[in-house]
Design a protein around this ligand. Structure first.
Ligand SMILES: [Zn+2]
Length: 287
């Protein structure tokens, strides 16, 4: 028996996914080679994402209600390319807050927050408290931990490069990668969660709203569509450093793995390859 990471009660914990399972299932299903490679080690095929005993059954149920709503109303329609503007209700902010909470709580539990500027560490505790009260319905509003969502899609850059990153790598990262991070500058900190064509940001401590307005999600509901977002340089820099890992890692693929990928690709029905988002990114980049 351990303490649930959300409600803190001592209960039998379920094996929870830190990021929801449907994201990995979708990434795998829509990949031309059928398997997922992590950004850090492309030779290891990750089928299912990180899971560990984290939440009790009741808290899992609370999260899964918001998850299902996001998956059906926004995630699948946007990934399929069929819908790009959405009217959302209060469950979107709850779902995003549940992701931010899980990623920040796990990073804290696993002592992965040493890089946070010491004067900002007290805000981690405060952010976790605010998110917890909001998720458990004790507060109607997440306070300073308002959620932010960016809808991503393939982008073109003059000359095919942005800050030394190839446009195709940038697009593969922004439309396909799944990862999370807790980022600290000298005086600001935030949670960064990137999955397929979505980027979620949750401030831990920010000193100005500059660069944080256009991606803000209202806790009560509203509408969203892809637009020209005004994002801070430190967010773009993090996206670029994620994209930069791609070509490096491609060089690390063992020849055995490369043969396997090529064999899988040649076995694919060409129509399926074109219909997969990765296929589309590749095709777009050839134009
Ligand atoms: Zn619980």
């Amino acid at each position: 028996m351990d303490n649930c990471a959300l409600c803190s009660s001592k209960k039998e914990l379920e094996i929870s996914h830190i990021l929801p399972k449907f994201l990995f299932r979708y990434q795998k299903k829509s990949s031309p080679t059928g398997n997922i490679r992590t950004v850090n080690n492309p030779n290891r095929i990750v089928q299912d994402g990180l899971k560990l005993p984290f939440l009790c059954g009741e808290c899992e149920d609370i999260f899964s209600k918001w998850e299902t709503s996001f998956a059906n109303k926004i995630f699948y329609p946007y990934e399929s390319g069929k819908v790009s503007n959405f009217i959302y209700d209060e469950s979107l902010s709850k779902f995003l807050a549940s992701l931010s909470y899980r990623c920040l709580k796990l990073s804290q539990k696993e002592n992965q927050l040493d890089h946070i500027e010491p004067k900002l560490t007290k805000y981690v505790e405060l952010a976790l408290d605010n998110l917890q009260s909001y998720l458990l319905g004790r507060h109607e509003h997440p306070k300073e931990q308002r959620q932010h969502l960016v809808l991503l899609g393939p982008t073109t850059f003059p000359g095919g490069y942005i800050k030394g990153v190839k446009e195709s790598d940038f697009n593969i990262y922004t439309t396909r990668a799944i990862e999370y991070d807790v980022i600290s500058t000298d005086n600001e900190a935030f949670v960064y969660i990137k999955f397929l064509k979505f980027l979620v940001l949750c401030p831990i401590k920010i000193i100005s709203n500059k660069g944080w307005r256009s991606s803000r999600i209202s806790h009560s509901g509203g509408s969203i569509e892809p637009k020209l977002y005004e994002l801070n340089d430190y967010v773009l820099d993090r996206i670029l450093s994620g994209a930069r890992l791609l070509p490096d890692n491609r060089g690390l693929l063992s020849s055995k793995q490369r043969d396997l990928i090529e064999k899988n690709l040649s076995k694919q029905d060409p129509d399926k390859l074109i219909n997969s988002p990765l296929g589309k990114v590749m095709i777009n980049n050839k134009n």
